[in-house]
Design a protein around this ligand. Structure first.
Ligand SMILES: Cc1cc2nc3c(=O)[nH]c(=O)nc-3n(C[C@H](O)[C@H](O)[C@H](O)COP(=O)(O)OP(=O)(O)OC[C@H]3O[C@@H](n4cnc5c(N)ncnc54)[C@H](O)[C@@H]3O)c2cc1C
Length: 417
């Protein structure tokens, strides 16, 4: 196991579905090495193996050990910053391309978990963003109008419409909400274990080692690992919060940010949809799983520096206490819920709230992806497919253009690390 991980509390997802530890021996040489067994790496390895390519996925701890196995389990097409924000930053055409990547990803999840027989509680009850003031409801209306112009779905709900979706009385703050009927929820650890297992069944080799560096060589890259070196024709680096450890050119541009989260002991159904709210400026989100546990995260704004630059996946008492105040404040009858466990995971943020997926600077035959800003779930399947295509053809697919590294909006993030 990777150093320092023993003190990390287990997520609800890992406690209910222990993450698989790779067991295949490292090859001496292979067509493609994928670094990182999160959702980006696992999907990329899956598509490569399905295409008949010899691929080794190298993960240093366990499949889904990073953000993927610690997250909120929401799958919703779109960008971390929201549609209007993305249009303002990169223009309507690039925003449309990115949106389509995420929507295609969401469709692929449904298709592939069916094809591969993966049991991960995937369902699409929709996701609901709560408005807590009249102003925020008006902003939601404006944002929805802009989305509807380009044919994106969504419905504005008044307070009564919100109450119809939630089986406990609303507190006085809630003025309405924005509902996305196609929003999905799943069990993150079972989902990714299933994708990794399917990749293995298609012929991918899943190896346990920490990648320590990449050195260009004739006809490929030497991937240096804790278990020895591997010669790879092409390499995909998919380590998200840890990107700067392998691709130093992205230090400061893809920045780790801690997300904290907890699960309550099971209770009868209250929430069927995923729900989000901005009780703090950085936002909160929760889902009730099929066993009745509510998994809720957020409140970064209550952490010093918003937990930006933090590289330890451990929760802090102050932020967990803030998260515990969210549900009783919004829904008075949800006072006294009992916390079953709390944990933390590392997200990776960029200045424009968009991920990177591009050829790595100064490393021929290497591509890098990361920087999902807490919203990576809908991207994994389609980005993985496009990165597999890059590794197969040696050319970056045109659909990845908005996520290139030299885009002007990918400025360094000013943080105290
Ligand atoms: C608390 C929290 C809640 C979130 N909620 C949601 C949500 O509800 N919906 C959503 O869309 N997104 C959510 N996200 C974000 C989402 O989980 C991420 O965007 C996504 O999981 C990123 O996947 P990844 O494969 O890029 O990275 P990760 O899942 O972090 O995977 C990276 C992997 O690389 C491995 N690794 C790192 N360095 C090395 C190395 N040197 N050698 C070998 N292996 C290495 C790590 O062990 C890890 O397994 C959340 C994130 C957090 C932390």
């Amino acid at each position: 196991m990777h150093n320092g991980h023993t003190a990390e509390p287990q997520s609800y997802w890992h406690a209910s579905a222990p993450p698989p530890v790779p067991t295949a021996p490292l090859p001496e040489a292979v067509d493609v090495v994928v670094v990182g067994g999160g959702l980006l790496g696992s999907w990329t390895a899956y598509w490569l193996a399905r295409a008949g390519v010899a691929v080794a996925l190298i993960e240093r701890t366990a499949i889904s050990w990073g953000a993927t196995g610690r997250n909120g389990g929401f799958v919703r097409a779109g960008t971390a910053g929201g549609y209007a924000d993305t249009v303002a930053r990169i223009g309507p055409e690039a925003a449309r391309v990115v949106w389509e990547l995420s929507a295609a990803g969401q469709a692929l999840i449904a298709q592939i978990i069916e094809e591969e027989g993966i049991d991960c509680d995937y369902r699409t009850p929709g996701t609901l963003s709560l408005a807590l003031t009249d102003e925020s409801l008006a902003e939601m209306r404006q944002s929805l109008e802009r989305m509807q112009i380009v044919g994106l779905p969504g419905a504005l709900l008044d307070r009564r419409g919100v109450q119809e979706l939630i089986a406990t009385p609303l507190g006085p703050e809630i003025t309405g909400g924005l509902f996305f009927a196609d929003g999905g929820l799943l069990h993150s650890a079972r989902y990714l274990a299933g994708i990794a297992r399917a990749a293995e069944q298609h012929g991918a080799r899943l190896c346990l080692a920490a990648v320590e560096g990449l050195t260009p060589t004739d006809g490929g890259t030497i991937v240096r690992t804790s278990g020895g070196s591997v010669h790879a024709g092409r390499v995909i680096v998919a380590v998200n919060a840890w990107t700067d450890e392998l691709i130093s050119a992205l230090a400061g541009r893809i920045v780790p940010v801690r997300g904290q989260i907890l699960a309550y002991e099971p209770l009868p159904p209250v929430f069927t949809t995923g729900v989000g709210a901005s009780v703090t400026p950085t936002g909160e989100y929760w889902q009730q799983t099929l066993d009745g546990s509510i998994v809720i995260g957020g409140c970064r704004a209550d952490a010093p520096l918003g937990d930006v630059g933090v590289r330890e996946s451990v929760p802090t008492p102050d932020v967990i206490a803030s998260i515990e105040r969210v549900l009783p404040r919004l829904f008075p009858q949800l006072a006294g819920l009992r916390v079953a466990r709390s944990w933390a995971g590392l997200m990776a943020f960029t200045a424009d709230y968009l991920p990177v997926a591009d050829a790595a600077p100064s490393l021929p035959g290497v591509w890098v992806t990361g920087g999902f800003c807490g919203h990576g779930m809908p991207y994994g399947p389609r980005l993985g497919q496009l990165l597999a295509e890059a590794a197969l053809t040696g050319t970056t697919p045109a659909a990845l253009a908005p996520l290139r590294i030299d885009r002007p909006t990918l400025a360094p993030l000013a943080v105290a690390v």
